[in-house]
Design a protein around this ligand. Structure first.
Ligand code: ASP
Ligand code: MG
Length: 419
């Protein structure tokens, strides 16, 4: 039975990262594997900047694109000493395509441009990785996710068309072969590129695993597995060995960055376990997300989200905000793809802690101002503790100014002003 391995941007950020992918695959030589890969390093961020520049018709994109080209070229020179290698042409061709798009006219819909351009990051990384693995004797077929992952035309946040996707994947992927495919990207009915939301590659891995009834999914990361907090933010974090599907869905919902929120559901439906392991210590056990114990060991889980903002809304005529306006407000948030993480109401005003997305927030503010008095506080951090205790809460409260707070029997959340 096939397995699905996913390597994120950090694991393939340079030539050594790509070599390490081969090392990991060698440890599992007996198993046929579908390898799902993200764009290298910070490529997606750079491509987002290119889209913004193209859309606003500035020429900043030329410099960023050339930088990206140079970075990928350096990786290739390290991995492919032979200059005649076809991978050079393949990658060059992609950069040329991006350039041609940027020299043309942008589509009036920002998100269409976004998907057209940003999706190339994964095309480039998989071209390089597939070619390198084949050269090293790990024989694999490069697949184009735009031909297999079918979605609606909701650009930048596309939803998978399950029936269609399942059929295409089952027709293409054979149980005894190895493959390399892009995460994060797909296409709509008109074959226009779409993307599944930032960090969407985990989701792709789970969609594929579902379609082929994979034995498991393995996400290779730069941490030993799922920890009970981000080691960059919290001291003394501990590796969690086992998490139930249900607990994992909750954690992802609250923003634990280890797993993309939508990733777990398809796996749960088919009871396919998901392992999170370290690509630096690939022999170690890591974390298993699957059926069974909710959480082992049972510890408070700390989740930290930056880039938050608080939207304060009040009605102009002192009308009650909850009864009369809540559906309108949520409609606007939903339509513009703004994610609400925390909410609090008084009689005539509401506060929402949202992901402060540089593209979405200004549009959101304009829209809300049509109906309400609006105030926006940027630079907010959101802390969530699942299975909290007093000590855990105290550690977060210390030296921080709390602007919103919410508590349930299992979850404690505070929005604080950023440092
Ligand atoms: N490359 C995309 C991103 O950075 C998708 C992913 O990494 O999962 O958001
Ligand atoms: Mg990425």
């Amino acid at each position: 039975m096939s397995r699905v391995f996913k390597f994120g941007g950090a694991s393939v950020k340079d030539a050594d990262g790509v070599r390490n992918v081969e090392r990991v695959l060698r440890l599992h030589e007996k198993d046929p594997i579908v390898v799902v890969v993200s764009a290298m390093g910070k490529t997606t961020n750079a491509l987002e900047k290119i889209v913004a520049s193209f859309f606003n018709q500035t020429d900043e994109w030329t410099v960023i694109l050339e930088d990206l080209r140079r970075q990928h070229h350096a990786v290739m020179e390290d991995l492919f000493p032979r200059k005649e290698h076809t991978v050079y042409q393949e990658v060059e061709h992609v950069f040329l395509q991006i350039k041609l798009i940027c020299q043309g006219r942008p589509d009036p819909d920002f998100n269409v441009n976004y998907d057209r351009i940003v999706s190339y990051g994964e095309i480039i990384s998989t071209r390089i990785i597939s070619a390198y693995l084949n050269d090293q004797g790990w024989k694999n077929t490069w697949l184009d996710a735009r031909k297999l992952i079918k979605t609606d035309a909701n650009h930048r946040f596309a939803r998978v068309n399950w029936n269609f996707t399942e059929i295409l994947i089952q027709q293409t992927i054979q149980a005894d072969q190895n493959y390399v495919i892009q995460g994060f990207i797909g296409s709509d009915d008109n074959l226009h590129a779409t993307t599944l939301g930032r960090e969407g590659s985990d989701y792709t891995a789970s969609v594929i695993a579902y379609a082929i009834n994979a034995s498991d999914v393995c996400i290779w990361k730069d941490v030993p597995g799922v920890l009970n907090g981000d080691p960059k933010v919290f001291n003394d974090v501990t590796l969690i060995e086992q998490i139930s599907f249900r607990e994992a869905i909750e954690l992802a919902y609250f923003g634990a960055s280890v797993i993309h929120p939508k990733t777990i559901q398809p796996l749960q439906r088919k009871n396919i376990p998901l392992y999170v392991k370290s690509f630096l210590n690939p022999e170690n056990e890591g974390t298993c997300i699957g059926k069974g114990t909710h959480l082992s060991p049972a510890l408070p889980i700390f989740i930290h989200k930056t880039d938050q903002g608080i939207v304060k809304l009040s009605t102009r005529d002192l009308a009650f905000i909850v009864e009369e306006n809540l559906s309108l407000i949520y409609n606007i948030f939903h339509r513009l793809g703004a994610r609400v993480n925390l909410m609090q109401n008084s009689a005539v005003s509401s506060r929402f802690c949202i992901n402060n997305d540089p593209i979405t927030t200004p549009i959101l503010m304009d829209e809300l101002k049509k109906h309400f008095e609006v105030e926006f506080i940027p630079n907010i951090e959101l802390f969530t503790i699942r299975h909290y205790n007093d000590e855990a809460r105290k550690s977060i409260r210390k030296n921080r100014k709390v602007l919103m707070e919410q508590i349930t029997p299992s979850v404690w959340q505070v929005a604080v002003s950023g440092g």
